[in-house]
Design a protein around this ligand. Structure first.
Ligand SMILES: CC(C)(COP(=O)(O)OP(=O)(O)OC[C@H]1O[C@@H](n2cnc3c(N)ncnc32)[C@H](O)[C@@H]1OP(=O)(O)O)[C@@H](O)C(=O)NCCC(=O)NCCS
Length: 287
């Protein structure tokens, strides 16, 4: 008789085991990232337990009733292809449907795509994980904008720009990301209006730049160049496929596309945002 799989809420006591699964998959998130996900929805993160051991995880992050994100779908490599991933995803979908969420999204790895398609997710657009290991000479940005650290008085404009780019308001996530980031900057035009913002935080394998929102190409270039200057480590950057200006710039800066991801959705995608202004996502686990 195969051992039973039990699903229950993920608690702070599970974070070390959850982090081991993250490590086994080679992902970049830190314990700080796990804690942020758990704090954003303490009832919405789940583990799969087999013979008393945590063998799978999933997190859910809701942005009001409009949109929720499924993340950190991880199954112990020795326990895959037994239906554990499917159970965790079904649990998440049921949890979010009970809360009457209009739309559920996720950023799928090629390993997850098959499962998500079977569960009814559709493709929105492709994105890619870009990576930079070598420090290359910085490219000159024509008409470089003034880039400054985020101040408390900047937040209203940051949230407005993000709402337009992401599609729904995600103030709690952004504020916490701001606190968890080593660097957070805004970019203003000559008239003083905010044209973009960008964050950089530390990951296990590399520093991570994102979220980054930019209203024009020169703004995106100025922000990313500023963020890169502060890092001495390899850098990961997840760029939406539709934001071709960002991937062209990433190539110029010496980034290489490391692996493909797919943004997928289930339900009504009424608030798609503007991926062309989305120079970098926040994390595949939160969009
Ligand atoms: C993606 C992942 C969570 C799936 O977990 P899992 O427990 O292996 O998935 P399941 O056993 O529930 O399989 C789900 C479906 O995928 C398919 N599948 C799983 N493993 C497969 C394999 N090796 N070959 C072909 N199909 C496979 C099965 O057809 C299954 O469909 P079914 O339920 O209709 O039979 C797991 O592979 C994993 O942790 N991967 C690394 C991290 C990752 O990429 N996560 C996804 C992030 S978006």
């Amino acid at each position: 008789v195969p051992a039973e799989i039990e699903l229950r809420r993920l608690t702070t006591e599970d974070l070390s085991a959850a982090n081991d699964l993250r490590q086994a998959a080679g992902w970049n998130q830190t314990l700080t990232d796990w804690r942020r996900l758990l704090a954003l929805d303490p009832d919405g993160c789940f583990v799969a337990v087999k013979e008393g051991r945590v063998v799978g995880t999933v997190t859910n992050t809701s942005f009001g009733l409009e949109l929720a994100w499924i993340g950190m779908a991880l199954v112990d490599p020795s326990q895959r292809s037994q239906g554990i991933g499917r159970k965790l995803l079904v649990k998440s979908i049921e949890y979010l449907q009970e809360k009457k969420l209009h739309c559920i999204k996720l950023d799928a790895t090629p390993a997850g795509q098959v499962l998500y398609e079977k569960l009814g997710f559709q493709i929105e657009w492709p994105l890619a994980r870009w990576m930079k290991t070598e420090v290359t000479v910085h490219q000159a940005v024509p008409n470089a904008y003034a880039v400054q650290s985020v101040k408390e008085t900047d937040w209203n404009e940051v949230l407005q720009l993000d709402l337009h780019a992401f599609g729904v308001s995600r103030e709690s996530l952004l504020r916490q990301l701001g606190k968890d980031s080593a660097e957070s900057v805004v970019c203003r035009g000559a008239d003083g209006a905010m044209e973009g913002f960008g964050f950089l935080r530390t990951g296990i394998n590399a520093d991570y730049i994102g979220p980054i929102v930019a209203r024009s190409e020169d703004v995106g270039k100025s922000i990313t160049q500023h963020l890169l200057k502060t890092s001495q480590r390899p850098i990961f950057w997840d760029i939406p496929g539709p934001c071709t200006a960002a991937s062209t710039w990433a190539t110029k800066l010496g980034f290489v596309s490391q692996r493909p991801l797919l943004r997928m959705f289930m339900g009504e995608n009424d608030t798609p945002g503007d991926p062309q202004q989305t120079w970098g996502i926040s994390d595949p686990a939160t969009g």
